[in-house]
Design a protein around this ligand. Structure first.
Ligand SMILES: [Fe+2]
Length: 460
């Protein structure tokens, strides 16, 4: 009986989530198939990896570890994994902390995303702390406040606008009476911030961008002083008295005030993309119906991929279900962020459901629906690339075959657990032969825990 309460309390320390204990550097990795030589760059992915056997209490709270591969000339040149050196992590590793700015006393080994902008590689996290800058080989440079130009904390999710070269973010922090839209210019400094008043301290994990608007999701998961006082390190709870609403904040103009539109209670972690459609705004997203319990993550309301159309003239939001199979980690070709998209990629990570985990860490037979999905939103079709038993797949990231290639002309890559080897592969799918065999599988020397988000960072 001794294992039962531990597994029940801490599913994020077991099975597909179990942290690794070593930092690995490996060169010239074995490849099955043929790595496309046009994939010249780095694929990096962040995720929680608590140190040692310490239990951070929630999946979202483990110290960030970035896993990365360097691809060049059809070869997998290296694999590395590195913890992000916050003060706490550096101390635990017996290293000096690469000191730098700290917002509101919140120093944290950013664990949610890793993005490239203006020559920097940034590990990012939300709810107050600053991002951490990494070298191209994943060593920690230090916390980043964009050369002293960022007034507060930052955000896990960002949106690049390829037309302007700007990077957009929406920061939230429990101590603020607003959320803050931040624009980082092509030179890597903050060129504008806009405070948008909110009540109750809502969690805003993601947002969307169109050519005219920043699309904000003010949903009923809000900061809870009671939960914080009770010692919760993730004090955000379902708040039925908080009106769910979606906001349109104009990107330009002398007076930048959000206009809000009420929606039914729901929760949204992630948007796929958004665009302007005449006077209306279209945003595709993954929506959980009804109440969402952040403390358990699983067994929540129905999860669907939806299209919301926000009609300012009519003052309402209409919803259309695009796909009713539960899926997460929606990603679009980043070159079409803020503009119309035809394709989207997402993951069916069945093992996110901890009810499918046995006491010994293995999974029930019905848990093996792991797949990457490709949506053709013009044709209304979905293709699935299914992975075998005990494989666990995370987010799929699109990499174009050339900078000016058409949307979907390229590859989708993801880390997938290989149960035969007990280690991870980087699986590279041709986006236009999505259900076919991978064009390349890079065999990594270590396991990679199921994590969060990453980016393809082509060499300039
Ligand atoms: Fe996310």
């Amino acid at each position: 009986m001794t294992d039962r309460p531990v597994l029940h309390r801490s599913p994020h320390l077991h099975g597909a989530y179990a942290p690794v204990t070593e930092e690995v550097t490996a060169f010239d990795l074995p490849v099955t198939g043929s790595l496309p030589p046009e994939l010249d760059g780095r694929y990096l992915r962040n995720g929680p990896n608590p140190m040692g056997l310490d239990d951070p209490g929630h999946w979202f709270l483990g110290a960030g570890m970035v896993h990365g591969l360097r691809l060049r000339d059809g070869r997998a040149e290296w694999y590395r994994n590195r913890w992000v050196r916050s003060r706490e992590v550096a101390g635990a590793l017996g290293e000096p902390w690469p000191a730098g700015p700290v917002h509101a006393g919140m120093d944290f080994a950013a664990n949610t995303h890793v993005v490239a902008h203006a020559g920097r590689t940034l590990a990012t996290v939300e709810a107050g702390p600053l991002p951490y800058e990494l070298t191209a080989e994943l060593e920690t440079v230090g916390p980043c406040d964009f050369g002293g130009t960022l007034p507060g904390g930052f955000a896990a999710h960002t949106k690049p606008d390829r037309l302007t070269g700007d990077l957009h973010a929406v920061a939230y922090f429990w101590g603020w009476d607003h959320v803050q839209h931040v624009v980082i210019g092509p030179d890597g400094t903050v060129t504008g911030t806009t405070d948008v008043p909110v009540t109750d301290g809502p969690m805003m994990h993601d947002f969307a961008l169109t050519e005219r608007y920043v699309v904000l999701f003010d949903l009923p998961v809000t900061f809870s002083m009671d939960a914080a006082a009770a010692g919760s390190q993730l004090p955000y709870t379902w708040n039925p008295s908080h009106q769910a609403r979606v906001g349109l904040l104009p990107r330009e103009g002398a007076v930048r005030e959000a206009r809000w539109f009420e929606v039914d209670p729901c929760w949204v972690f992630h948007t796929l993309n958004a665009h302007d459609d005449g006077d209306r705004v279209v945003v595709d997203l993954c929506r959980y119906d009804g109440a969402y319990d952040m403390t358990v993550l699983t067994e929540q309301g129905t999860l669907t991929l939806e299209r919301w159309t926000i009609d300012p003239a009519a003052g309402r939001v209409t919803r259309q279900v695009l796909d009713d199979r539960p899926q997460e980690f929606p990603r679009v070709d980043e070159r079409v962020v803020s503009r119309p998209h035809r394709y989207g990629y997402s993951a069916v990570t069945a093992e996110l459901d901890r009810t499918t985990v046995r006491m010994d860490g293995s999974f029930r037979d019905d848990a093996f629906a792991g797949a990457l999905l490709k949506h053709d939103l013009s044709a209304g079709t979905v293709e699935a690339h299914r992975f075998p038993r005990d494989a666990v797949v995370g987010e799929g990231v699109f990499a174009p075959s050339a900078p000016d290639a058409a949307e979907d002309d390229g590859y989708v890559m993801a880390f997938v657990h290989d149960p035969e080897r007990g280690a991870a592969d980087l699986v590279v799918l041709a986006a236009q032969d999505f259900a076919g065999p991978p064009v390349a599988v890079v065999h990594l020397p270590a396991r990679i825990p199921l994590g969060f988000h990453g980016s393809w960072m082509p060499d300039p």
